[in-house]
Design a protein around this ligand. Structure first.
Ligand SMILES: *Cc1c(COP(=O)(O)O)cnc(C)c1O
Length: 394
């Protein structure tokens, strides 16, 4: 422990020294199976040789020049990402929150262009969009906002997965210019909306000239068994934000846009010193290549479906479990009781998991997980949950 770190996190009692695939190892060489991937970041697992190689090669050649000049790696990455996502233009940031900041700034410019002086963005209860002032305001969790008032004006909040609430807002709020929504609530507890939510939201946005802005920071990059979760719904947003799995651990975020939204920003409107530098873009390009070449999107779909079925077989009907849900390798087991203690109990058994929204055990394993590792996660987690709901200490 260092006294010199700001007191923002309460880390679990472990320090990892190295990683390999879906595993991490501490200083004593003890193995931990990683069912969290650094919160959906390391989709290709740890110490992936091709990511290491790309980073070393790029670091020896050129790390940073600035966006005052053309950047080859950034241009190629933008082309490749747009081709996969069906989008037209990208702004590169260094984190998810910054990608959402870019989206929110675009929404405001879009409003002003339409003669709306006090534009409003609809956001959802239970959502998470980041920790900057605008993104914590957009976040639908009072605990993340408390103490940071005054919050940023210009947001309207609606319950998640509730189209009627959005229709009511549409009737009463002429200054709405955009909605910012997660296709699945991540931090909010792996909440998967009804199948019609995103397609209907797309329609509603078209009817009212709102920008449909999807926060795919956690759901993107193959996580849900599609490259992007919106593809499951068969729709394209006007704006899509990415980060987490895009760099496999290298800090990079992206705000993608298409149609009119792609032309909102003009020179001088937005920027970032580090954003899209050669190093991070070479890593992200390698991530895209490996996911594509190794069929990891399909793998996430197949393996996630199997794990979900296995969990249901193990845990369905157990008392104390409210629901078992998942989309690809984004899995949640909601208990009746707060269960944060499960993170420590899993750690003691050499497994890394997360608990979010107080009572949702969340799994975000790497897409390169083997079948045997998937089985190991299912059996260890099922045991932990059974013991927990039976009330016996692990
Ligand atoms: C993690 C996350 C963010 C914030 O990303 P940072 O890189 O931590 O700023 C925003 N939205 C969603 C959906 C996330 O999961």
């Amino acid at each position: 422990m260092s006294e010199h770190l700001m007191n923002t996190y309460k880390p679990l009692p472990v320090r990892f020294e190295r990683g390999e695939g879906a595993c991490l190892f501490d200083g004593e060489g003890r193995r931990y199976l990683d069912a969290l991937s650094g919160i959906a970041v390391c989709g290709l697992g740890h110490a992936h040789p091709e990511i290491g190689e790309a980073l070393c090669r790029q670091a020896r050649q050129l790390l940073h020049t600035s966006n005052l000049y053309h950047i080859e790696q950034q241009e190629r990455l933008a082309d490749e990402l747009c081709a996969i996502a069906g989008m037209e233009r990208v702004f590169f940031s260094n984190s998810g929150a910054e990608a959402n900041e870019a989206a929110l700034k675009m929404a405001r410019l879009h409003g002003h262009e339409r003669g709306i002086d006090t534009p409003q963005v609809i956001v959802c209860e239970g959502s998470f969009h980041g920790r900057t002032m605008a993104t914590l305001t957009a976040t639908g969790n009072r605990r993340i906002q408390a103490g940071f008032e005054p919050l940023v004006p210009g947001f309207l909040r609606a319950p998640y997965d509730d189209l009627d609430a959005l229709r009511t807002i549409a009737e009463n709020s002429p200054n709405v210019v955009a909605v910012l929504v997660e296709p699945v609530l991540g931090e909010g507890g792996v909440r998967i909306p009804g199948e019609q939510y995103l397609p209907r939201l797309r329609q509603l946005c078209d009817e009212h000239g709102w920008l449909m802005m999807l926060d795919e920071i956690q759901t993107g990059m193959g996580r849900t068994g599609h490259w992007f979760a919106c593809q499951r719904a068969g729709i394209r947003p006007d704006v899509m934000t990415l980060a987490k799995g895009l760099g496999n651990g290298v800090p990079i975020g992206a705000c993608l846009a298409r149609g009119a939204a792609a032309d909102i920003f003009k020179p001088g409107n937005h920027g970032s010193t580090f954003g899209g530098n050669p190093l991070v873009c070479s890593a992200a390009r390698t991530v895209l290549q490996v996911i594509e070449r190794d069929g990891l999107v399909e793998r996430a779909d197949r393996l996630g479906t199997r794990m979900l079925a296995d969990f249901r077989q193990q845990l369905d009907g157990e008392e104390g479990i409210r629901s078992i849900r998942g989309l690809g390798l984004m899995l949640g087991i909601e208990l009746e009781q707060p269960c944060a203690v499960l993170m420590e109990r899993a750690l003691e058994r050499g497994l890394l998991i997360n608990v979010t929204a107080e009572r949702v055990l969340r799994l975000l394993p790497p897409l390169i997980l083997s079948d045997a590792e998937a089985d190991e996660i299912v059996s260890t987690v099922s045991e932990l949950v059974k013991e927990f709901v039976a009330g016996s200490p692990a």
